[in-house]
Design a protein around this ligand. Structure first.
Ligand SMILES: Cc1cc2nc3c(=O)[nH]c(=O)nc-3n(C[C@H](O)[C@H](O)[C@H](O)COP(=O)(O)OP(=O)(O)OC[C@H]3O[C@@H](n4cnc5c(N)ncnc54)[C@H](O)[C@@H]3O)c2cc1C
Length: 290
């Protein structure tokens, strides 16, 4: 079905096969999930839409959410409001917090998880966390399905690695027990002058030993910081970590940022290293960071 005016055709496929077939024929069309990113900056005075838009809103399969003992599977077009309804007792606490950060609450019933992940210009609030949670994305085009680790969803320049005709269809989130979960968002994502930072960490500790640890953060550019080797050096360490180990880790973080020329402002760097220091110092302490 297509509704049109002189400039814009809006397609409303009703099934996933219909969507994939349509997108194969029209790979330059814009995918419209909640539209909050796509229509950002559109005003009455300047009403410019892409010439062809394919809406995901009528496709029931893309709105589905299901749960097994091990996974949560979320359709790419499920809205943030629907995902939040699953409840804080089931959603991992850091994921729950990240969902609350996707903008003003008025957006929750429009913005979708898939749209948040696929934004071209930004790494938004949720993707960095998913990249360290071993989340996988189902990506489909007509006749082909692949599963991509969230950590490899973006290419070296930070753009979503979707080939022509490909759609993000499902997000599979393992319900693993991380007893340290941190999500912090500082500044305002769309305002570079506020030096925005998204900071996420996960840890598993047993009997005052660090069994697993993951850390990622990003500033205004769609490039994530992560250093698996440095993380591995902390695994097996006794908690609380001595100051020299924390210093050595932070030194490694700063070196990694320099080496990869990750574009961070001095304030973003200060925030990232400050949060990392507090996190590492408090792990294993009775008042441990959540
Ligand atoms: C005032 C304001 C403040 C905001 N602040 C934040 C914030 O702090 N943190 C944050 O995370 N977000 C923030 N956002 C962004 C908002 O959360 C995103 O706009 C939203 O998550 C995108 O979801 P959507 O469903 O509306 O996507 P859309 O606008 O429909 O799509 C976004 C992009 O993804 C593509 N796309 C969508 N779905 C798919 C799919 N399934 N497969 C392939 N491509 C797809 C679209 O073509 C488009 O390029 C803010 C937005 C506003 C308006």
């Amino acid at each position: 079905m297509a509704a049109s005016d002189k400039r814009t055709h809006v397609y409303l496929p009703e099934t996933l096969p219909e969507l994939l077939q349509l997108y194969r024929r029209k790979p330059l069309a814009s995918i419209y999930a909640g539209g909050t990113d796509l229509l950002r900056g559109v005003t009455k005075a300047e009403f410019a839409l892409p010439t062809e838009v394919i809406s995901l809103q009528e496709i029931e399969e893309l709105h589905r959410i299901s749960r097994t003992e091990r996974y949560l599977e979320i359709g790419a077009a499920a809205t943030v409001a629907r995902i939040l309804q699953i409840g804080s007792n089931i959603l991992p606490p850091a994921f729950y917090a990240a969902l609350h950060s996707i903008g003003p609450p008025g957006l929750f019933s429009l913005a979708t998880l898939g749209g948040n992940i696929c934004s071209v210009d930004h790494v938004y609030s949720i993707a960095p966390l998913l990249s360290i949670m071993d989340v996988r994305y189902e990506v489909r085009r007509q006749g082909h399905t692949r599963w991509v680790p969230a950590s490899r969803f973006r290419d070296a320049n930070g753009a979503p690695a979707l080939a022509e005709g490909e759609i993000l269809t499902r997000i599979r989130l393992p319900l693993e027990h991380w007893n340290v979960q941190v999500f912090r968002q500082l500044g305002t994502i769309h305002l570079e002058s506020t030096s925005p930072l998204i900071f996420c960490a996960l840890g598993k500790t047993t009997k005052a030993v660090l069994d697993d640890f993951r850390l990622t953060f990003c500033g205004s550019s769609p490039i994530l910081y992560r250093n698996r080797e440095l993380e591995a050096e902390l695994v097996g360490r006794k908690l609380p970590l001595p100051a020299r180990e924390i210093d050595a880790f932070l030194h490694g973080v700063s070196q990694g940022i320099e080496r990869t020329e990750m574009p961070l402002t001095p304030l973003q760097l200060h925030r990232a290293t400050g949060l990392t220091r507090v996190l590492l110092a408090r792990m294993g302490q009775p008042d441990s960071i959540d």
